[in-house]
Design a protein around this ligand. Sequence first.
Ligand code: SF4
Ligand code: SF4
Length: 401
Amino acid sequence: MSAIYPAGIDPTTPVALDRCDSYDVDTLETLIRRQLEALGCADMFDGKRVAIKPNMVMKKSPDAAATTHPAVLEAMLRILKERAADIVIAESPGGVYTEQLLRSTYRGCGLAEVAERMEVRLNYDTSARDVEAPDGKTSKMFSLITPILDADVIVNLCKLKSHSLTGYSGAVKNYFGTIPGVQKFEMHARFPDYNDFGSMLVDLCAYHVASKPTFNLLDGIVAMEGNGPTSGTPRKVGCLLSGCNPFTVDRAATAIVDIDGVIMLEEAARRGFCPATASQVKLLSDLTLEDVHVDNFIKPDTVKRPGVGVSMFRILPKLFGGRLYKWLQPRPDIDAKTCVGCGECARSCPRHTIEVQPSKDGKKRAVIAYDACIRCYCCQELCPFKAVKIHKNPIIRLIGG
Ligand code: SF4
Ligand code: SF4
């Protein structure tokens, strides 16, 4: 494997894997301890400033399987406290990055209760700093939230989920939440091309991994299938994975749920950050990936039929570019029966192409102007009422995409 990142992202970094069927905190603590020992990094937190980066994409109950489960946080905190770490929990959810949003999201996701009980600091500092990423291929500069930058170590508490835009969300994608608030929407606007967006995510993740040690703990106990990362359905997968290289963790996890063609991992493999196939990942486990594999994991409506993890439109050559290319892509549709006109989608749209307008029945509903739509699916991700559906082009449907 060539092209090791200058600061050393090693594609041979191992991944620990265990079966885990419940959110029992004692069981989780035992498994995490065992995985840290197996990975040889149990002392990486000793006396260090540790930022825990949960997945807190929006205010959702833990049962929805969209966000980091509080039991996983609690088990990790037990271990970190023992290691005399100076801990802060920090994340920038979707929406405007304010103290108010942080308070309601920590509470709504069930993380505030754990942090308070365990006397661990929740971050309310909404400042960010610009950093240079000279080794980035697509983006050489990022604005990142302060507590993550100030930490010595990052604990990435990520969730195994399907994702309408990227096909899959796990360890690598979770670092997108280190970009403050609406700047995430700006990144979608800056990189409207699916491949560029994926490459930018690799730059971002590589920046973090090259800057400081990371421990990436992927909760695949109850995952999300279907229209993830927020509108899908919980699906029991029953596994827990971890490693110090988020790219190898994701490479292993995607094989468990049969999601292939994930742009972040294809790009990461080209750069030498992870192996090209899951079978090349060094597993620290008595289990194989086949042992924990689940059948018929449901992909988002934006991607192809079960078993194929990349949609047809994503592999169409650029000669279909411009309007035709866009016309072929699945588009977001507002379900008039479900939409309550709250405007959350309009606020999250990077192209400001959604308006909430009065309808004939006197109610307000969102309306999309498709000319400017870049098919980023942020509206679907952040609609609290699952009112944004995906409409596939009939031609793509016909050819099985
Ligand atoms: S589509 Fe969803 S987010 Fe947008 S206005 Fe309707 S209910 Fe609100
Ligand atoms: S309408 Fe939805 S998919 Fe289109 S640009 Fe706006 S947020 Fe993205």
